[in-house]
Each structure stands twice: as structure tokens, then as C-alpha cells.
Design a protein around this ligand. Sequence first.
Ligand SMILES: [Zn+2]
Length: 343
Amino acid sequence: MELEEIKKRIKDVSEKAEKELLEIVEGESDKLEIWKVKYLGRKGEINNLFALLPHLSSGEKKEAGMLINEMKEKLNTAYEERISITGKQEKHKINLSFPGKRPETGSFHPITIISREISTIFTKMGFGIVTGPDIETDYYNFEALNIPAEHPSKDVWDTFYLSEKEKILLRTHTSPVQIRIMEKTAPPFRVIAIGKCFRRDDIDATHSPVFHQIEGLMVDRGINFSHLKGILTHFIMELFGNNIKVKFTPSFFPFTEPSAEVSMSCNICKGNGCPTCHNTGYIEILGCGMVHPQVFRNVGYDTDEFTGFAFGMGIERLAIIKLGITDIRYFFQNDLRVIKQFS
Ligand SMILES: [Zn+2]
């Protein structure tokens, strides 16, 4: 091949390469790499041009070689410039076929789950939901509930006082809500109250200084202990299943008379005995009783006309039994691996 012919070939390759390079646009860095291999690669079209030179005279060889090298340099520079154009838009490129990133979703805390389940059971039986303050006075937390200042049973509640002088405290149970509701509501009514309670307990597997309770109160004409038994038995069976046995045992609370503790057959060992039920086959889950006449008198109710019952239970305890959680501390440590299992 003559020198002139080779020069033309060099020009053709150069023009073709430049034209193709300009056609590569933003975001097409993959095409740019293919172009690079095609022209500037070790076995690319430019290096192939050197194969045409051997039979030329040394002067011609030098001339043609310089032309090829000049072109190679020019195309290299053009390639580097093109990278900045194609690469610039790369990060804005959206591949619509890629699966999206799933946003992290929240889940309900087990205490919320159980509280809602319990609320639903009682609202189906016509109970309304009421609330009361976490910070209470000694009157609502104790006195109005028939627990006078010097009453020995007051020792049972290790109270957090915010001001001992003014008798302001963190409520030790949800029972003060009973008084607040009765003060402003004329019977008949039936309500439940759900909320936090506080006691100066040391933290261990079964105790926490903050915990949740559900309180229930029903007042009407002619309410007796069978209504209490019927409603609580129905509630426990709804929450734990129809095979559960329910047992009422006489007990004492200052604000109810008569009072009872309610146990259910252990759902872990099915009544055969296990560590959870201390081998008794039964687990105590709540306290209840007929509202003490003195409590009614404290809120101005006519004890000849109205009777009622009240009950209270710890939600953590019910959650532990229902969900098989072994330690009350799990509810408060906010370890998402634990909490997420139940939503
Ligand atoms: Zn058991």
C-alpha cells in the first residue's frame, strides 16, 4: 500500500472514530468503553494501522508513524474529555427495572398489642374507655379508695412521692381513675381505664418501677358478684381461649368487699405444673371485687340504690403469659429484635 493510500486510511479511521465518539452522550459510559477498545485498544483499529507500514521506505515510515501517533494522542484527549460528559450524568441515571429500597416500617409494641386486644374485648361488652392522670394526689390514689393515711395496707404500695408535703405522687395503680369517673358520672355505666403505674420496686425479671394496668368498673342497680364472675370469665376466655379454666379465690383489697383474686389454668403446662405457675397449674392474673360501700359514699353515690364491681390487672403480666416472654425487662429495653416479633 502506497503512502498516500495509508495517509487516507489514517484520515478515514480518525474521522470515523471522532464521529462515533461524538455520538456517545451523557450517561453512556458503557458505550464509551466499547469505543475505547475499538480504536485505542491494544488490538484496536489504530494499532492495526501500524501493520500497514513495514514495506514503506524509512522516511515514509517515519511520516506515517508520526501521523498515526498524532491521531492516537488526539483521540486519547477526546476520549478523556468525553468521560467527564458521560460520567457526569451517571449518578442521576435511574434504572427503573431495579427493585426499590423498602423503607423501614415500624411495629406495635407488645404492650400496645395486648392493650388493644383487651380493650376490644371489653368494648364489645359495652365498656367505655376512660383515662386519668399519671400524677395523682394522695386523696385519689389512697384515701378515696378507702385506704386511710395510717392504714397498714398502704405499705403494700411503695409510692414515688413528688411532694410528700403536698401529697403529690405518681399513681401506684389505675384505681384512682375509678374515683375521678364516679365523681363526674351518674350511674349506670361501665368503663375500663388503661395506663402507666409506678412503684418503687427494684427491677428484676418480674418487677419494674413502671408498668401498665387495666382497671375496670361497672356500676348499676342490682349488680352482684355473678356479673363480675361472668364478665371476667368471658374476658379471660376471649383473651386466652375457651379451654382455659378460671378460678376465683377470696382475697382482700381495701376498696372492694368481698374481694377475690382470679387465676387461670396455666396455658404453658396446660395445668400439669411448670416453673411459670410454680407447679400449681394456675397463674394468678387479676384482683377484683364488689366496690366497697365506703368508696361509693366518698363519691356521693346512694349505696342502697347502686352496687358495682371493679377489677385491675397488670398488662405486662398478661403479655408475658400470652406471648411467652420470660422477662418483664424486655418490654422496656426497646430492643427491636424482641419487640418486632409480635407485631
Ligand atoms: Zn404451668
